[in-house]
Ligand binder design. Structure first.
Ligand code: ADP
Ligand code: 5GP
Length: 192
């Protein structure tokens, strides 16, 4: 089996990790996104196999039984997310660095698997108020789901010290610049 490097972006929902990951993927052809599996419904514009593999609960749990996941979690009650081993192997086989956008607990689980071949980045909002406002402005959740996400975000901020680096996402252009720097440092110095 091929092996390679991985970069993990984790953060409370609404911190901006998807925005950062998309930017890095658009500007670095040596990176490839690990498409996660989920049981949540697609948002408008999301494409199966590109944003997520959208699975039914039955299919997801069957794959858990078959040991197909490197990690998986019930991120929100009744909603599962997970990283398929086949996805990571697919990307390494084409010689690219795997980029993950996963929640905080999932990120730490992935870091535990790949150790020094992995860079675990904690993306942090400038404050909970800013995070709340960004989620509201994104307008992708119902009022109730938004509350669940903010509640979870507050408890996730505690995990920050367990990550390799913290990236504060205040002004987006500066965040992109810092993310590029982190990436270059990791690609040139980390062992395989
Ligand atoms: P996450 O993937 O962590 O849930 P997103 O990348 O979806 O977060 O960002 C949440 C919302 O905040 C999106 O609407 C995004 O466009 C916006 N956003 C992200 N970063 C910033 C920033 N630095 N300043 C203002 N808005 C931002
Ligand atoms: P969303 O529903 O906003 O796309 O994602 C909700 C949360 O699930 C985010 O924090 C996202 O990073 C996380 N997530 C996405 N894919 C995975 C995965 O494969 N594993 C885990 N543990 N979390 C994931």
């Amino acid at each position: 089996m091929s092996t390679g490097k991985v970069i993990i972006f984790s953060a409370p929902s609404g911190s901006g990790k998807t925005t950062i990951v998309k930017h890095l993927l658009e500007t670095n052809s040596n990176l490839a996104f690990s498409v996660s599996a989920t049981t949540r419904k697609p948002r408008p514009g999301e494409v199966n196999g590109k944003d997520y593999y959208f699975l039914t609960n039955t299919d997801f749990l069957q794959r858990v039984q078959n040991n197909e996941f490197a990690e998986h979690e019930e991120v929100y009650p009744g909603t599962y997310y997970g990283t398929l081993r086949s996805e990571v192997e697919r990307i390494w086989a084409i010689g690219k660095v795997v980029v993950f956008d996963v929640d905080v607990v999932g990120g730490l689980n992935l870091k535990r698997i790949w150790g020094s071949s992995a860079l675990a980045v904690f993306v942090k909002p400038p404050s909970i108020e800013v995070l709340q406002n960004r989620l509201k402005a994104r307008a992708t959740e119902t009022e109730q789901d938004l509350e669940k996400r903010v509640h979870k975000a507050i408890s996730e901020l505690k995990y920050e010290p367990k990550f390799d680096v913290v990236l504060i996402n205040d002004r987006l252009e500066e965040t992109f610049e810092k993310a590029h720097q982190l990436l270059q440092d990791f690609l040139t110095t980390a062992p395989l």
